[in-house]
Design a protein around this ligand. Structure first.
Ligand code: AHM
Ligand code: MG
Length: 341
């Protein structure tokens, strides 16, 4: 059977919309090219001098790894020279980057991204990822991009996706019409459609959470964990724990197998750890498009209004029935927790 490439698939989708200009197609293709370059470098990690720290810290106060910096540069360059993107926000840059060249100012879109998600896993050869979120700008085409272009809720996402650099490299994306996954064939340098129309099981038996923070969890999360660990044949409990520590890889596994990923707010950090704009909103869009659910325990992640590029939010994301159950525990045992956010 002939295999469809990512570029062919994107072009085919565009042709279903007679009014489409091809700008989003070009933007997605540019992201695909940057992903290939980053993938090449990741595959050489350990051989090339790409492991380790760069000697700087980012806005979150985290040490930047060489690969964080390399990947960030690749995506910025791809977007800067592509001409479709007027401005961007990255985990690695405190402020948004506005492309001042005339070409980019004509771009209709802005992009928020996390160039390397799961950085702490780089030197131990565990899957890492890239996450991207594409919004249509609010400011006029031809003018400079503005902060309000990026501070839009997930409901305004035009497209979102992730790249997972795992045992194989995959690019998974949605434009709001289902989710499709592509696997990279390094021998020909192309992504091929391998996971058409991905659907997350409504229920699963995996829960993913960093349980080391248990004593700081809200009561609702503590009770939900106990629920996951109880014996009950009818609901296949006890569930299993799987925690990679790379959001992309944990969510990707749950997308295929069924499961829930939780990074809750804690008594120490009421908004949790993960960032709304370039981690949670795009992953929520993908999971919802695959039939799953993503919430902060009370509200849809997609409904949360960003006020800061690097703002954090708690997250419960994955199989619909599992997220609904976790929300019930939050609402019953930690109803005041939403106020802390
Ligand atoms: P990063 O983007 O700086 O790598 O941080 C995000 C990562 C997620 O991929 C992962 O889910 C989480 O941080 C793990 O955090 P923790 O080590 O606290 O469990
Ligand atoms: Mg990240």
């Amino acid at each position: 059977m002939p295999m469809k490439t990512l570029v062919q698939f994107i072009n085919e989708k565009q042709s279903e919309y007679p009014s489409a200009t091809g700008d989003l197609t070009r933007l997605l293709n540019d992201i695909g090219i940057a992903a290939k370059i980053v993938n090449r470098e990741i595959r050489r990690a350990g051989l090339a001098d790409i492991n380790g720290y760069f000697g700087t810290t980012n806005i979150q106060g985290e040490d930047q790894k060489k690969l964080d910096v390399f990947a960030n540069d690749q995506f910025i360059n791809a977007l800067k020279h592509g001409g479709q993107c007027a401005a961007l926000a990255s985990e690695e840059n405190e402020d948004m980057i506005i492309f001042g060249n005339k070409y980019s100012m004509q771009g209709k879109y802005v992009v928020a991204f996390d160039p390397i998600d799961g950085s702490s896993n780089i030197e131990v050869n565990v899957p890492i990822g890239t996450i991207f979120a594409i919004y249509k700008r609010i400011s006029s085409v031809g003018a400079s991009g503005s902060l309000e272009d990026l501070l839009q809720s997930g409901n305004h996402l035009v497209a979102a996706g992730y790249v997972m650099y795992g045992s194989s490299t995959m690019l998974v994306y949605t434009t709001g019409n289902g989710v499709n996954g592509f696997t990279y064939d390094a021998t020909v340098g192309l992504f091929f459609l391998s996971h058409p129309n991905m659907k997350i099981p409504e229920n699963g038996t995996i829960y993913s959470i960093n349980e080391a923070n248990y004593r700081y969890f809200p009561e609702g999360v503590k009770r939900y964990i106990k629920y996951c660990q109880e014996d009950d044949k009818a609901t296949n409990r006890p569930y299993s724990t799987r925690y990679i520590g790379s959001l992309v890889a944990d969510v990707h596994r749950n997308l295929i197998r069924g499961g829930i990923f939780i990074y809750p707010g804690t008594l120490k950090n009421p908004n949790g750890k993960l960032r709304l704009l370039y981690e949670l909103a795009p992953m929520a869009f993908i999971v919802e498009q695959a039939g799953g659910k993503a919430s902060d325990g009370f509200r849809r992640i997609m409904d949360l209004e960003p006020y800061d590029l690097h703002q954090r939010a708690p997250v419960f994301i994955g199989s619909k029935e599992m997220v609904i159950k976790a929300e019930e525990f939050m609402q019953e045992f930690s109803p005041d927790f939403v106020e802390k956010m």
